[in-house]
Structures are given as structure tokens and as C-alpha cells.
Design a protein around this ligand. Structure first.
Ligand SMILES: *Cc1c(COP(=O)(O)O)cnc(C)c1O
Length: 254
């Protein structure tokens, strides 16, 4: 079939011929050359996020973007924690579904789908609920295109000592995000949206000092974020389980 589509969706989108070409080689997940590529991708993601590699790490997770979000939600909030979720669209609601599946305590800040989430609403919710330990919000709510003001909200939430989680699936690589400046602890995105790779895995840009306190919290084996990080660090880029062919994109240098 020679028909070519031009995909202009938020993702998966059309990949360049150089990306397709790079995928012709049959790498094996466990080989040293593949592990080296994995390490270079992790470094490139940190460079793209413009964060200091001694403070942040990039952890790829097999699966689509949702798997990356679910990895964070299921791996970093202890049973004693409470998650505040800002929701103004389908992706915020999906985080609520995840919290339900894992029995994680959550408080939902539901905002009209046609409006951005505002700092004033987040402030009053947190002031009324001192039990909140974690906060999740969506950067670009892809379903409506609303760009939520993470730069107003996240620094204030961080100041309160609350761990911050941002789903930047359809913005990372497309819209500048000052990850460390605004103190995002966990930022999630995936291969097939703004960074223009093929679908296959998600990745988490995580603040190491927070990630390293989460060993043993995970409620699943395969989505265990800390364990994935630990294995890659200990074994020079080794994935715990078979990965999709690696991430070649025009935006990342290998
Ligand atoms: C696309 C998207 C997701 C889900 O990604 P999948 O790859 O479809 O699993 C989650 N959050 C946001 C903001 C998205 O745009």
C-alpha cells in the first residue's frame, strides 16, 4: 500500500523519513549498543527539558502516554498520601480513574472544561485540605486545547511542600516548560506527540531527590517507576522488560 497519510493529529503524527530510516535496524533490547542508545535518549530528554542531570532523571516507560501517567500515579503516592487532581477535561478525569483503581485517596478540583485551572481555586482547595500531599494537573488539556497555567500554580503548590505532577503529554517539546524553575517533580510525556517519534513509550522527567524516596510504593510490577529507574541506573540503560524499538526523533540527538 503506497498511500501516505499526513497525520496532523496531536499524536500519533507523521514522522520524518529520517525517523523511519533509523528504525530499519533490528536492535535487541538487551544488547549493549541498544543500552547505550537508551542512555543517550535519556540524556537528550533531560537536555530538551533543560534540567540539571544531577537533579533530574529521565525514565522511559513502555506503552502509550497513559502508561506513563499511570506509572507515576501508581508509584509515587503512598497509601497515607492524598492526591489533589485539577480536572478541566478528559485527561484530568483519567487521573481520577487511576486513583480509584489503586484506592488512592484523592480530592478532585473540577473546573469548567472551557476555562483554565486557576491558582486561586487550587489555593483555596489546598488551604481547606491540609491532608493533601500530592498534586496533579494537565498542562495542555488536549481535548479542548486549553493551556493550564502551570507556571502560576506549580511553584505555589511546591512551596507548600506538596509533590507536583504535570501531564505535559501534548506540550513537552512543543511549548517551553521551565521544569526545574517552577519545581515540577514529575513531568510526563510520550514519544509520539510534540517530539515527533513513533508511538511506543512514555517518559517521566523526575526530580531525583523525590523519586528516590518512592522505592516500594508501586502497586504494580511492570509500571514501577522507581524500579525502572533503578534498573536503568544500575545496568547502564537496561530496560527491565522488552522495549519497543527505540526513540529516534528529529528533536533528539543520539
Ligand atoms: C494524548 C494524551 C494522553 C494519553 O496518551 P495516550 O498515548 O493516548 O495514552 C494523556 N494526557 C494528555 C494531556 C494527552 O494529550
Amino acid at each position: 500500500m503506497d498511500n501516505k497519510y499526513l497525520l496532523l493529529t496531536p499524536g500519533p503524527l507523521t514522522t520524518s523519513s529520517t525517523v523511519k530510516k533509523a528504525m530499519e535496524f533490528d536492535y535487541c533490547t538487551w544488547d549493549d549498543d541498544y543500552k547505550k542508545i537508551t542512555q543517550s535518549i535519556r540524556q537528550s530528554l533531560l537536555a530538551l527539558a533543560d534540567v540539571n542531570p544531577s537533579k533530574y532523571t529521565a525514565v522511559p516507560i513502555q506503552g502509550s502516554g497513559t502508561y506513563g501517567v499511570e506509572s507515576v500515579i501508581s508509584s509515587v503516592i503512598p497509601d497515607s498520601g492524598t492526591l489533589l487532581i485539577a480536572m478541566n477535561g478528559a485527561y484530568g478525569k483519567r487521573i481520577g480513574q487511576m486513583a480509584d483503581v489503586y484506592g488512592i485517596n484523592h480530592i478532585d478540583l473540577v473546573v469548567d472544561e472551557q476555562s483554565p485551572v486557576l491558582l486561586s481555586d487550587v489555593k483555596s482547595t489546598i488551604e481547606n485540605h491540609p491532608e493533601i500531599t500530592h498534586f496533579a494537573m494537565i498542562h495542555c488539556e488536549t481535548t479542548t486545547g486549553i493551556l493550564n497555567p502551570i507556571e502560576d500554580i506549580v511553584p505555589w503548590v511546591h512551596e507548600k511542600g506538596i509533590v507536583t505532577i504535570v501531564d505535559a503529554m501534548s506540550s513537552f517539546g512543543g511549548i517551553p516548560i521551565d521544569v526545574s524553575g517552577i519545581n515540577i517533580d514529575f513531568l510526563i510525556s510520550s514519544t509520539n506527540k510534540c517530539i515527533q517519534g513513533v508511538p511506543g513509550f512514555a517518559f517521566v522527567i523526575a526530580k531525583k531527590s523525590i523519586l528516590e524516596t518512592t522505592a516500594g510504593i508501586a502497586r504494580t510490577l511492570s509500571l514501577d517507576l522507581y524500579d525502572q529507574y533503578n534498573e536503568m541506573e544500575k545496568n547502564n540503560g537496561k530496560w527491565r522488560f522488552t522495549s519497543q524499538r527505540t526513540l529516534f526523533t528529529p528533536l533528539l540527538k543520539h
